[in-house]
Design a protein around this ligand. Structure first.
Ligand code: T4K
Length: 372
């Protein structure tokens, strides 16, 4: 089979028509407010609350700074239980706060933190749980809530992948004490760089807004070492534009997801992730698991695809716990995380983005099938 004519990356950002940005830029140029919670920033916060079905949200310059600030806002210290199967920003946000991550293994069906393993990892130092809705598939939020209530722990969800995801009760972002979103270029909804903290009340939002503005409480008072996490007016403008189109973009992703599932349904050794029927997903990723009965290893298939100009990604390999700043921690040991280690060696995220042609999906599936 020939190499595909243009490279196909795991994702490609969707962009609104360039001319639609001009009125926003004119507005910025006219009023000369470029950042620090300007009018577009305020509009985007309001429109995102409406779209996502949440009460309060604070915009950030990116998801990582939002995670760091979320932990600071709740005064989290000591140890936090988290997943090794995520992007490294999840646990880095703990280190930035001087918190010790305690890694717990994942559920093989959802690839999310396994609640049945959390209790045995709790010590007198544990103050919070930081799970990730990996690929936008909701965690077992009820089980996590019960454990958190029992041990009086805070829960901060890394919801970087979960923009617009709903369960039977509404937005998945309403769970826990805080939820953190990423609006990075590679995400379902992007502001080039950006992020947000979803919080339950106005008081918490005020505190978060102060922390993202260096800790200023008023013009002359700084109460805490806050950071500069403010989203600029330009990024907010991009967000307002993207929001107009986001439903159509998610719909296109859904069609691509369905096409992959149909085309790969009977390929031996290729396993998909499924979500509960009442969950509304955002189709942010298309992970497959390469099982032992597939004729090639995951890494061999990754290379074969690459040789055809198809750049899949091994999210999340290596595991966070294999990076040098984590690998010597007791909870990072492979014996503590057998499933995460196994699944990280099997996963491959196939390209998925709104502009991906069906013919390209078919080509990708052909390459995967031809190996068989
Ligand atoms: N928590 C979780 C669970 C996360 O997944 C992330 C971020 C965070 C927290 C932190 O949120 P942020 O601070 O980023 O807001 C990417 C992203 O940089 C990262 O945002 C994301 N997770 C992670 C899963 O993926 P890379 O290093 O794999 O991205 P990169 O640059 O290789 O891009 C992947 C492909 O996307 C490229 O091959 C081509 C395409 N691409 C990428 C960019 C940046 C474009 O076409 N245009 C672009 O501008 O990390």
């Amino acid at each position: 089979m020939d190499k595909i004519s243009k490279p196909i990356y795991v994702t490609q950002p969707n962009l609104p028509p360039l001319q639609d940005l001009i009125p926003f830029l004119e507005e910025i140029w006219a009023n000369k407010i470029l950042t620090n919670g300007g009018p577009l920033h305020q509009r985007l916060e309001k429109e995102l609350c409406e779209y996502l079905g949440v009460e309060h949200l604070s915009l950030f310059t990116n998801g990582t700074i939002a995670l760091v600030t979320a932990l600071q806002a709740l005064n989290i210290k000591g140890e936090v239980i988290t997943t090794p199967y995520s992007f490294v920003a999840t646990s880095h946000s703990l280190l930035w706060n001087g918190i010790k991550p305690v890694f717990v293994d994942i559920d093989p069906d959802t690839l999310n933190l396994d609640p049945s393993k959390i209790e045995e990892a709790i010590t007198s130092q544990t103050t919070a749980i930081m799970p990730v809705h990996c690929y936008g598939h909701p965690c077992d939020v009820e089980a996590i809530r019960k454990i958190a209530d029992k041990y009086q722990l805070k829960v901060i969800y890394d919801a970087a992948h979960a923009f617009g995801v709903k369960d039977a009760g509404g937005s998945v972002l309403r769970h826990g004490d805080l939820s953190v979103l990423s609006f990075h270029a590679t995400k379902v909804f992007n502001t080039f760089e950006g992020g947000a903290i979803v919080c339950p009340d106005a008081e918490t939002k005020l505190r978060i807004d102060q922390l993202k503005n260096f800790g200023f409480v008023d013009e002359v008072t700084v109460t805490e070492p806050g950071i500069n996490g403010k989203m600029s007016e330009y990024n907010a403008a991009v967000g307002l534009l993207q929001l107009k189109n986001v439903n159509a973009m998610i719909e296109k992703r859904k069609e691509i997801d369905s096409r992959y599932r149909k085309q790969l349904a009977n390929v031996k050794g290729i396993h998909f992730l499924d979500a509960d029927k009442d969950v509304v997903l955002n189709y942010s990723y298309f992970p497959i698991l390469i099982q032992a009965d597939y004729p090639q290893s995951r890494d061999a298939l990754y290379q074969i695809l690459k040789d055809h100009g198809i750049y899949s990604r091994r999210y999340f390999y290596p595991l966070i716990t294999n990076f040098p700043m984590y690998q010597d921690m007791a909870s990072a040991h492979v014996n503590n995380l057998p499933l995460a280690n196994d699944l990280a060696s099997k996963v491959l995220c196939l390209p998925i983005y709104p502009d991906l042609d069906f013919s390209d999906v078919d080509e990708i599936c052909n390459v995967i099938r031809l190996v068989v």
